[in-house]
Structures are given as C-alpha cells and as structure tokens.
Design a protein around this ligand. Structure first.
Ligand code: PLP
Length: 466
C-alpha cells in the first residue's frame, strides 16, 4: 500500500480526533465569522506528485481555504433560500459517507429500505397519502426534471408512443407547458428534456402577485382542445413567495386533461405548520411534486425529494437494464427510478433529522422562521430607509432601498457592502423592473437576536451608502 495511505490507515484514530476538534471549533465559531465573503483569486496548483498525507493536507486546507468559506449554514445567512444542517442531519450525512453505500438495491444492504422509510416519514410530514411514492435527487432542479420527464412519458403514452424508447421526434403534437412564474430550473429542465424552453407558455399573474390567474389558465386549457398538456403550479415563488391556488387548479383538472406538477421547493414546508398550511391546500391532487431537503428540511447539500403518483411511468423513463442489472419494478429499486445510477445514501441525513426532531420540531422551525420574517417585514414597512415590495406571506421578504435614484448598481453595492460588513448575507433581485433585495429565513437556528443584528446591519449599511 502506498506510504501515505498506509500511514493514514494506521493513524485513523489520530485523524478522527483532529477532525473532531476541528469540527467542534468550526461549529462553535460560525456566528463569529463573516457570514459572506468577498471572492478571491486563488493559485490553482498542480497535483502533488508524492502527496503529503492527510494531516498535512488538513493544515494546507486551513491555510489556503478555510477562512474563505462562507457561513451559509449559520443563522444569519439570508441569501437565496438556504437552509443549514441540523445537528442530527450533519451526523447522518457523515454516516452516509462513512458507510458509503450505493442506493441501488443490489440485495446486500438496507440502504434502499432506509430511503423508503424516510420517504414514508416525509409523506407524513407533508400530509401526503399513500397514492404517492418518492425518491431522493440532488436538488429541486433535478426533481422538477424528473416530474417533467415523467409527464413527457405520460403525454407520449396518450398517443401510443414510448418517448423513452422512440424519442420526442416521434411526437406529432407539441407538448405545451403552462405556468405563471416558474422557477428558472423549469426552463433548464425543458432544455435538458429536448422540449425546449419555448414550450413553456406564460399565464398571466394575479395583480400584485406572482400567483397564477386561474381564468387565464382556463382560457389556455380550453384552447388545447383536449390535447394533453402540463401545468406547472408554483407553491412559493422566489421573489414574492406567492402560492398558486391549487384548489382552483384541481377543479380545472376535472374538466381538462393536464398533468399537474407542483414546484413546492420550499413552500411545501408550509404544510408542516397549522398556521401556514392553508397556503398549500390540495397538494395531494398533484401528479408530481418537488420539495427540496437542503432548503427548509435543513439537511446538508445536496438533497431534494420528488413525489409522484405515477411511479410506473417514472420507471419507464429511468429504467436502466444491463446484463448485471435486471430492470425489475419496485418502489425502492432506485437505479431504475432516478436520473442517477449510483447514488449516495442521501436519505440518511433526512432520516436522522426527522427522527430526532419529529413533526413538532419541524413545525416549530417553520413557524419561528415565518414569524421572524413577518416581524422584519413590519419593520421594513414602517422604515424611512426601505420599501417593502410585497406582503410577507411565509419566510421571504422582498424589499428595496428608499432613495432618490434606485439602480441595479446601487442594489449590488448594497449587497456587497452588507457582505463586507459581515453580520448578515442577503441577495439581489428584480421585481416588476424594480431592482431590489431578498431576505429569506430558512435556518433552524435563526432567532430574534439574529434578526436584531440583521436590522442593525441593514440600517448601518444604508446610512453608509446614502
Ligand atoms: C421554487 C424553486 N424551485 C426550484 C429551485 C431549484 O432548487 P435547487 O437549487 O435545489 O436545484 C429553487 C431554488 O431556489 C426554488 O426556490
């Protein structure tokens, strides 16, 4: 065995001890570090011929990179929609690497059973019944891709065409996709699926909202003349956190022939809270659903769920036959149900977290995050420095600066100055042509004291640039 491999194998206890102390320091220091960090140019080095062994590598990592990694898992990172990692999920993630099992149901491990049970528990959490099956994928983008790929198969089946075998070139009718404010990953998925981004037909939104105008949707569905199509409903848009009215869309499903895919990447978590679940009624009427785990479930990247009522169709799309792999259909034979073949035991971090904190734990996180969002939304509304652009519905706040000349450059400067200030991190956006800011709260640790710091940071940076 090569000398450093042998050395590290012999010294595994020392390695684990060093790593243990290192991790403890990082975990206790997250809030003392700058939350976001200015990108820096690093020297890109060639591979070292001899290698240097693990402990030297850890030291090298510390010197070169450690100080430049952001605290995106901490309580004051409010950019995009970013969750942290609960203690239980972090350990689950480490165990997933420790066991390094491949979830392909090869008849030699319970990894598929753990995944199945985790999906079952998530269905309980989101109040989805047993008409749904589920899988883990790398993120909501991939989950949206799986939903649209399966819908494409359903569309082909209607015309007796197996798209998985014969391809979209056999389709004689165009497959239209209707949505009002789809996430960019829907377009990306359409590109990957060969359907093309222009297959998405935009539906009007309701006034002062990104939610779908049901009448306009119905007008378009009528024009389909019974040709099947897809409706992508959004449960929590990134800017205004708008929810499409799934109850009304479900009623349309009785009259028109469409596949309903719901992108509930983070909005799905409203189902965990008695106070917010009214936002997402009738989710159970969807054909397929996207919910991210690395957002509000607070498990480490990368992890998301895809729930479907059409597992057989999903199997048709993703089955992967080889001399050594029989394409047998079952609800935990993941190699035939997911875009990936080999895949890590992604369910384990979620399993640990769900078991450790239960329904009540998640309900508390969601409710606390949303109440904090509502409070800071009120402060922004009453401030003479900021303008609230949309009512706070869940955990996201969309706002801008109250200045004479509002430009994208000023917003970018504000975001960069906030980053350099170090107390919080937020991200820019544009809404109705207005350059603006987004602050999204989805971390299990965020508390009132964090929001007090956030409010001071926002005001201080505003005063500095104005
Ligand atoms: C509504 C929605 N859909 C899809 C995505 C894509 O998620 P991911 O980055 O996990 O692929 C996001 C990410 O912010 C989202 O908010």
């Amino acid at each position: 065995m090569y000398k450093y491999l042998q050395e590290d194998k012999n010294n595994i206890n020392e390695i684990i001890n060093q790593f243990y102390n290192y991790s403890k320091n990082i975990l206790s220091d997250f809030d003392k570090r700058n939350i976001g960090l200015r990108p820096k140019d690093f020297d890109i080095e060639f591979i070292n011929n001899e290698g240097i062994g693990f402990l030297n590598t850890l030291e090298k990592f510390n010197k070169k990179y450690e100080k430049h990694l952001s605290s995106s898992m901490g309580s004051r990172y409010f950019g995009f929609v970013t969750g942290g990692a609960t203690p239980a999920s972090l350990i689950g993630d480490w165990l997933s690497s420790l066991y390094d099992n491949n979830v392909t149901n090869l008849g030699e491990s319970c990894s598929g059973d753990i995944t199945l049970e985790t999906i079952h528990q998530l269905k309980n959490l989101f109040e989805l019944d047993n008409s749904f099956d589920g899988i883990f994928v790398s993120g909501a983008t991939m989950s949206n891709f799986v939903g649209l790929a399966t819908a494409r198969q359903w569309f082909g089946n209607y015309y007796d065409i197996d798209v998985a075998v014969d391809g979209i070139q056999r389709l004689n009718e165009p497959l239209n996709i209707y949505s009002a404010s789809p996430h960019s990953s829907i377009y990306k998925s359409l590109s990957m699926l060969g359907l093309g981004k222009n297959a998405l037909k935009s539906i009007k939104t309701n006034e002062n909202s990104e939610s779908i105008d049901i009448d306009d949707l119905e007008e378009n569905l009528k024009k389909q003349n019974n040709i099947p199509c897809i409706v992508v409903a959004n449960a929590g848009t990134v800017n205004t956190v708008s929810f499409d009215n799934l109850k009304e869309i479900s009623k349309l499903k009785e009259k028109y022939n469409f596949w309903l895919h719901v992108d509930a990447a983070f909005g799905g978590f409203a189902r965990c809270s008695s106070k917010y679940k009214h936002l997402i009624q009738n989710l159970e009427d969807a054909d397929s659903i996207t919910i991210d785990a690395h957002k509000w479930l607070n498990v480490p990247y990368d992890s998301a769920m895809h729930f479907t009522k059409h597992l057989k169709l999903q199997f048709e799309v993703f089955k992967n036959a080889a001399a050594y792999l029989k394409p047998n259909f079952s609800n935990n034979n993941y190699v035939h149900l997911t875009p990936e073949n080999s895949q890590r035991l992604r369910a384990l971090p979620a399993w640990f977290s769900l078991n450790a904190y239960g329904k009540k734990g998640y309900s508390e996180i969601i409710q606390r995050n949303c109440e904090l969002a509502s409070d800071i939304g009120d402060k922004i509304k009453n401030s003479d420095k900021f303008v609230l652009l949309s009512d706070v519905i869940l955990n996201g706040i969309l706002f801008t600066l109250y200045v004479k000349e509002l430009t994208s450059e000023l917003i970018n400067k504000f975001v960069n100055d906030i980053r350099d200030d170090g107390r919080i991190f937020i991200t820019p956006s544009v809404y109705n042509n207005i350059p603006c800011l987004r602050l999204s709260i989805s971390n299990w640790q965020t508390e009132q004291s964090d929001m007090d710091i956030a409010w001071d940071a926002l005001n201080d940076v505003f005063d500095k640039i104005n």
